[in-house]
Design a protein around this ligand. Structure first.
Ligand code: PRP
Length: 194
């Protein structure tokens, strides 16, 4: 009998998704517990500051909503649109699709993204934000995939370090699908190796 890969020992995907997903990598319960821990850490570090949360569209939708609901701090929220991937896994040129509207000069910025992969996105956004002269920029990502890093950039806060797998769900997409899943799952290679 074929030896099961370690991943098949991880939680199985819900029946309707078993043809597409290898497994559930991070469950909804694990995510919610970790998001609350991150929020407590951020509260300690930003208490008394004039906090502006800058979230990157579109992948942060779930993480951001849960994180800021857990944050017991006054804050203002803005979004930047930035996209590096088309349909597929190959990183393309970075395009800014929405600019920041709030004034961040002398403010404390918490930059939120769903995943830190090659680091190209965070690096470019930090460079752009620095031109607006905030007091400080701290970065917070749900997922950290160090194996793929190309740029020298790290997150100040991260939820989970993950291996080099194609993950979807909880905001993360493949070809704009799967963002609504309440967990982080691993996409089967045959789904993107057409
Ligand atoms: C994804 C993700 C991060 C970025 C990480 O964004 O949301 O912003 O890639 O990759 P990197 O570290 O290699 O730059 P994507 O461009 O797919 O847009 P999306 O958020 O709309 O899915």
């Amino acid at each position: 009998m074929k030896k099961p890969s370690p991943l098949s020992l991880v939680r199985r995907a819900p029946p309707r998704l078993r043809k597409e997903l290898e497994c559930v990598l991070i469950s909804r319960t694990q995510i919610h517990r970790r998001v609350r821990e991150l929020a407590r850490q951020i509260e300690r570090d930003f208490r008394g500051r004039d906090l502006v949360v800058v979230s990157l569209l579109n992948g942060t939708v779930m993480f951001l909503a849960d994180l800021i609901r857990s944050l017991n701090l006054p804050l203002r929220l803005d979004f930047m649109g930035v996209s590096s991937y088309g349909i597929g896994t190959v990183s393309r040129e970075l395009v800014f699709t929405k600019e920041l509207r709030l004034e961040v000069r002398d403010r404390d910025v918490l930059l939120v993204d769903d995943i830190l992969d090659t680091g190209k996105t965070l690096k470019a956004v930090i460079t752009k934000l620095q031109q607006l002269q905030p007091r400080q920029i701290r970065t917070c990502v749900l997922l950290n995939k160090p194996a793929r890093r190309v740029e020298r950039v790290e997150a100040d806060y991260f939820g989970f370090v993950i291996p080099d797998l194609f993950v979807v769900g909880y905001g993360l997409d493949y070809a704009e699908r799967y963002r609504n899943l309440p967990f982080v799952g691993v996409l089967k290679p045959e789904m993107y190796q057409a």
